[in-house]
Design a protein around this ligand. Structure first.
Ligand SMILES: C[S@@+](CC[C@H](N)C(=O)[O-])C[C@H]1O[C@@H](n2cnc3c(N)ncnc32)[C@H](O)[C@@H]1O
Length: 271
């Protein structure tokens, strides 16, 4: 993934502050028109369906990579005790004062507690850390009979042209099995989330392309000396920005997505 992910968290800020989304995950679409408003509704539907996958008997949940808290809030409303973790310091404010939600700024790889959980949730966070380290942590943090629930992207085939996806379902299931995590459920919801990708493309073409053209025109109107100075001062930032833009152009390519990605909901149980 590009460098900005660790350093600037630009994409998350863009979703929350510019697009005014209350969730960072894809939406579950049922044939609606591609609009931001329908994306917001589809994101709520995604969370409702995710919560329904939690097996009975679960009481306490570790929400790994909890984003801006919409899943944690929905879970807490259902009466679960939620511990939510994410490395973004700036996101702690979304969790302040929530009932039944305890928030901690931490990377999953380093998260440590004496507690054991009934379920670990990774909603679109499974690709943000090494799967072996993540599964070792699950092994450590789940009580016997506890569950791991993942909702997120997996490679459709071994050689994957879509950036940032680490595992196929098969390779992940093997790694999980090595830690005594037994598959209980596998749902493929690629078709249901695909319109989120298509909407990303539409927004990019409608807003980002004209905005970039204005910026380009502005820079090309400068004197060669000013342009050279600007490049000297800001080349690193410009490269970072262009890498970020390129990353999202790829992420919003529906064909690349359908050929390379399976969006899966996987439930495992610790033996
Ligand atoms: C795409 S967002 C998903 C957020 C949320 N789970 C949701 O469904 O909306 C990915 C989340 O993973 C978090 N994250 C990134 N690196 C992480 C790590 N090493 N350990 C735990 N969470 C991480 C990000 O801060 C972000 O909150």
């Amino acid at each position: 993934m590009p460098e900005f992910r660790d350093k600037h968290d630009l994409d998350i800020r863009f979703c929350v502050e510019v697009l005014k989304l209350q969730s960072l995950h894809y939406g579950w679409w049922t044939g609606e028109e591609l609009t931001l408003d329908n994306l917001r509704k589809a994101q709520v539907r995604y969370t409702e369906k995710l919560v329904r996958l939690i097996p009975s008997g679960v009481k306490d949940i570790l929400d790994v990579g909890c984003g801006v808290g919409d899943n944690a809030i929905a879970l807490a409303k259902k009466g679960y005790h939620v511990t939510s973790i994410s490395p973004e310091k700036s996101h702690a404010r979304f969790f302040a004062g929530l009932q039944n939600v305890r928030h901690q700024v931490a990377r999953f790889e380093e998260f440590s507690t004496a507690e054991k959980f009934g379920l670990i949730l990774m909603s679109e966070s499974n690709n943000y850390f090494d799967p072996d380290i993540g599964l070792d942590q699950c092994d450590r943090l789940l009580r016997p009979g506890g569950y791991l629930l993942i909702s997120g992207m997996f490679k459709a085939k071994d050689v994957c042209a879509y950036a940032g996806i680490r595992e196929t379902e098969g390779s992940y299931v093997q790694k999980a099995a090595a830690r005594g995590l037994v598959p209980q459920k596998s749902l493929d919801i690629t078709r249901e989330v695909l319109p989120s990708v298509q909407l990303g493309r539409k927004l990019y073409e409608e807003y980002a392309v004209p905005a970039l053209a204005i910026g380009k025109e502005f820079v090309s109107g400068m004197s060669p000396l000013k342009r050279a100075l600007m490049w000297l001062l800001f080349s690193r930032q410009v490269r970072l920005y262009l890498d970020t833009a390129q990353y999202y152009v790829e992420r919003a390519d529906a064909q690349l997505f359908t050929e390379n990605v399976r969006y899966l909901q996987l439930l495992f149980r610790k033996a």
